[in-house]
Design a protein around this ligand. Structure first.
Ligand code: COA
Length: 338
């Protein structure tokens, strides 16, 4: 942060609180569903799905694997990775569009499952952009000094809101959960700091009809089923994503060349590669897990981050860009120095 009224050479960077990544974890349901198995359920082919989306398989939660159960497993893995216990956490933000119940929140169920009785826990709903919104929200809590350590979770069971007779949607989604532990630490206030360097959030409710669920407690009194105009979503996605990523580079004073890893929401391989190409991000910096996870909505980014961290790609100090677009539309990005 530059104090105004000083010449550049005299400028003073002010120390500020950063939300640094202490740990990451994820959890996938036991049951894997391949494209070949889907061929027996709807009129589709492995080749069509791979060519149009890059997806080869996804995981489907059984009745016992509710969103909160997936979230608890991911949170436990993230705490273990951080070397912390549940009692060290004073904030839980859970991004989900598929909560166990209309209320209480999935976050409070995860809090209870972890044995935490202090601090605050709440859900946040921004569909596939949910995890980016949750990271940005937790970051603002930590920066304010009100909380010290946050679990930021993306957990979904989209298989429950799919029409398994609709080949245009049921082949695209999967279930899973991922979690980050963020901790408030003092930084120097420049882009060399570890932690969340910037987050950029956007939404525009005019696009509601392009991707929505056709029910809810306040309208139909039912859960509803996912509806999507796939081609239309595709048309908007690349432009929106690239705008918000460029804004993150601008706000943080960093460049695509400095970026080590681009970890987008995993909806469609073609959207991911077209976005990276437009942004000038080299293909080898792009983390792709949509082939093995499908689109897990708010869980897709932390699942992908966990894969790239555990296989040794993401190292401490690496600059990592996350971004997503989802129903609403909502879209956003966050730049993290790991
Ligand atoms: N298997 C075989 N054929 C299928 C199919 C499936 N699962 N789903 C659709 N088709 C058919 C269509 O009926 C259509 O047939 P027609 O030409 O005879 O009418 C044809 O394939 C092409 O459909 P279209 O919708 O134009 O394909 P597409 O190239 O746009 O690919 C998506 C469809 C959904 C994969 C693509 O639009 C997409 O990924 N959109 C973005 C969706 C997304 O990411 N949403 C989440 C955002 S968070």
């Amino acid at each position: 942060m530059i104090r105004s009224g000083t010449r550049p050479e005299e400028s003073i960077t002010l120390k500020r609180i950063r939300s640094i990544v202490r740990g990451i974890g994820s959890y996938l349901p036991k049951r894997k569903l391949t494209n070949q198995e889907l061929e027996k359920i709807v009129d589709t082919t492995h080749e069509w799905i791979v060519q149009r989306t890059g997806i080869e398989q996804r995981y489907i939660a059984d009745d016992s694997e509710t969103t909160s159960v997936l979230g608890i497993r991911a949170a436990e893995a993230a705490l273990a990775d951080a070397g912390l216990t549940a009692q060290d956490i004073d904030l839980i933000v859970c991004a989900t569009s598929t909560p166990d119940h209309t209320f209480p929140s999935t976050a409070t169920m995860i809090q209870n499952g972890l044995g935490i009785t202090h601090g605050a826990a709440f859900d946040l709903q921004a569909v596939c952009t949910g995890f980016v919104y949750a990271v940005a929200t937790a970051d603002k809590f930590l920066q304010s000094g009100s909380h010290k350590r946050a679990l930021v979770i993306g957990a979904e069971t989209f298989s429950r809101i799919l029409d398994w007779n609709d080949r245009t949607t049921c082949v695209l989604f999967g279930d899973g959960a991922g979690a980050l532990v963020l901790e408030a630490q003092e930084g120097e206030g420049n882009s060399a700091d570890r932690g969340i360097l910037t987050s950029q959030l956007r939404s525009d409710g005019r696009y509601r009809e392009k991707l929505y669920v056709d029910g809810g407690p306040g309208s139909t009194k039912t859960t509803g089923i996912l509806k999507m105009e796939g081609r239309e979503v595709f048309k908007f996605a690349v432009g929106m994503v690239t705008d918000v990523v460029q804004d993150a580079f601008k706000a943080s004073g960093t460049t695509p060349e400095e970026l080590k890893w681009f970890v987008p929401h995993q909806a469609n391989k073609r959207i991911i590669t077209a976005s990276a190409d437009k942004l000038g991000i080299a293909p080898e910096k792009v983390v792709i897990t949509v082939d093995r996870h499908g689109n897990t909505s708010a869980a897709s980014i932390p699942l992908a981050l966990d894969v790239a961290r555990k296989d040794g790609r993401i190292k401490d100090g690496d600059l990592v860009m996350i971004e997503a677009i989802g129903g609403g539309f909502t879209w956003g990005s966050a730049l993290i120095r790991w």
